[in-house]
Write a protein that binds this ligand. Structure first.
Ligand code: NAP
Length: 257
């Protein structure tokens, strides 16, 4: 029996990339999975893969939700509201533009999704964790929250905010058994860059050209490690980089054959 058996896990942004990989990795571990995102067709594909990996259909709930809206537990069916693990993964970058030329709509989308969306879910779900005396919140920050890179301005700011929120949450949960993990990956090859460049996949592919980036599964496996530590162990902070990346801007583009 897995250490996580019987626990209910909500993954935001489960339709793609890191969130989808978390779902697939957790699927055989006898957990109840709530997969949340806006694109239901994509969510369904992830759900099919979870079922193939061992999740019982009764243990799978797909929720079409835009995290930019304030969230309340009433949006989940009764019976799915006692969440043990919250993976705050939904997030995005929009544009790579110097700040004086920045698009206000892009800024708002990043701030509303990456900061406010994460806060809404956390606010709705953590009181129940405290009440039930168990819980774990995992926040997807980014190496971009530690080092600002050229034209990264607002995206980097949102991830620095995630880092501050993770620290603040850990402080505010002291005296409870609820754990908080902040994970900051470097380059991960997902739909992330295609979203950043508004669907320009050629431009997106150039981000990973010549280097071996992390995969969504690399990040998911690291999250699973944090989730499966004994109850008295809190992995607070993780910086996870591809071997071919040293800093935000220093990458070795000779590693991918
Ligand atoms: N890829 C990287 O290099 C990298 C590095 C460090 C950190 N991260 C962080 O990792 C997280 C996951 O990114 P990824 O790389 O897996 O990118 P991805 O493949 O583009 O996945 C992003 C996920 O977030 C969801 N999402 C975006 N806006 C949403 C909204 N308003 N409401 C609900 N869901 C929303 C998307 O679902 P829908 O579009 O279906 O709603 C999708 O499932 C993000 O927080 C990102 O900032 C990524």
């Amino acid at each position: 029996m897995s250490r996580l058996a019987g626990q209910t896990v909500l993954i935001s942004g489960a339709s793609s990339g890191i969130g989808a990989a978390c779902a697939e990795l957790l699927a055989p571990l006898e957990v109840r999975l709530i997969l949340l995102a806006r694109r239901t067709a994509k969510l369904q594909l992830v759900a099919d893969r979870c079922v193939a990996a061992g999740t019982d259909l009764d243990n799978l709930l797909l929720v079409e939700w835009d995290v930019r809206q304030p969230f309340g537990l009433e949006h989940l069916p009764v019976g799915w509201r006692s969440i043990d693990i919250l993976i705050n993964n939904a997030g995005l970058s929009r544009g790579l533009t110097k700040l004086p030329a920045g698009e206000v709509a892009d800024w708002e989308e990043m701030i509303d999704t990456n900061i406010k969306g994460l806060l809404y879910l956390t606010r709705a779900i953590t009181p129940g964790m405290i009440e039930r005396g168990r819980g774990h919140v995992v926040n997807l920050g980014s190496m971009a929250g530690r080092q600002t890179y050229p034209a990264g301005n607002v995206y980097c700011a949102t991830k620095a905010a995630v880092r501050a929120i993770s620290e603040g949450l850990k402080i505010d949960l002291l005296g409870t058994p609820v754990r908080v993990t902040n994970i900051d990956p470097g380059l991960v090859e997902t739909e992330f860059s295609a979203v950043r460049f508004h669907g320009d996949w050629e431009k997106a592919d150039r981000v990973y050209e010549g280097l071996t980036p992390l995969t969504g599964m690399d990040v998911a496996e690291t999250i699973l490690f944090a989730l499966t530590r004994p109850a008295h162990v809190n992995i607070s902070d993780i910086l996870l980089m591809p071997t071919a990346q040293s800093t935000a801007t220093l990458v070795d583009r000779q590693t991918r054959k």
